[in-house]
Design a protein around this ligand. Structure first.
Ligand SMILES: C[S@@+](CC[C@H](N)C(=O)[O-])C[C@H]1O[C@@H](n2cnc3c(N)ncnc32)[C@H](O)[C@@H]1O
Length: 231
């Protein structure tokens, strides 16, 4: 089985109607809060803080073209998209199962400006410079080919566009690193190699004209701007 297939299988069980994943990622349900504390050493406030920072790259009333990769079940972003009726939003994920749930959420919220496409972040089916904003929440620690993912998200972003999101970085919280190594990697939810906060700052700083990276425990949030043609 390829790593791509392993990842697809791992996330299959988290799609469907199961709410465990959603509770965990939002640190809201009882089991979700337990995972937040046990694995990430975070409460709801810290969890909200890193997500808010990641989402702060989306300007209020944004009305341009936005790509979200990976969308997962859409639990974090469909509420945001309700506030962006003039944006043209494309959501992509490798797992059809995770994305089906996001599609149902979007339909339930009557979002007609959000479309979904199954695909690989390492080979995005879009032309160069297509999007004003690329959003990636909790994706880069899962992607099997991270070099391709950095390259592709940069390629499809317009000059002057914003790349923002968050993901796990190693070396910040020992208990999280242990859980990742012993559970999340063997299960196929996460795929090494992982960035450290420093390596991420360096990488994004090299690629993008401006970049702000901040961590809450082992979660790094970033908001970067691609250089314009003139800069
Ligand atoms: C931890 S989930 C994050 C989903 C969502 N952004 C969130 O924060 O809830 C990771 C997602 O990455 C997707 N994924 C893994 N490898 C991928 C790839 N190569 N291309 C696109 N999506 C991928 C998985 O299917 C899964 O839905």
């Amino acid at each position: 089985m390829t790593r791509h297939e392993e990842i697809q299988n791992a996330y299959r069980s988290l799609g469907g109607e199961a709410t465990f994943y959603d509770g965990m990622i939002t640190c809201s349900t009882l089991p979700g809060r337990a995972v937040c504390r046990l694995v990430w050493d975070m409460g709801a406030e810290e969890n909200a803080r890193y997500l808010e920072r990641a989402l702060s790259g989306i300007p209020e009333g944004f009305a341009g073209k936005l790509l979200e990769v990976p969308v997962g079940t859409g639990v974090l972003t469909m509420p945001v998209y309700r506030t962006l009726p003039r944006a043209e939003i494309t959501c992509l994920d490798y797992s059809a199962d995770m994305m089906e749930r996001a599609q149902r959420r979007a339909a339930g919220a009557g979002l007609s400006n959000v479309r979904f496409q199954q695909g690989d972040v390492g080979a995005l089916p879009f032309a160069d410079n297509s999007f004003d904003l690329v959003l990636s929440l909790n994706g880069f620690h899962a992607f099997p080919d991270k070099e391709a993912a950095y390259r592709e998200t940069f390629r499809v972003l317009k000059p002057g566009g914003v790349f923002c999101g968050c993901f796990y970085v190693r070396g910040e919280t020992r208990r999280t690193d242990r859980w990742v190594q012993r559970f999340y990697v063997p299960k196929g939810y996460f795929t090494p190699p992982f960035e450290t906060a420093d390596s991420l700052k360096k990488r994004l700083g090299t690629l993008y004209a401006e970049c702000k990276v901040q961590t809450v425990n082992s979660m790094a949030s970033f908001v970067c701007r691609k250089g314009s043609a003139e800069s």
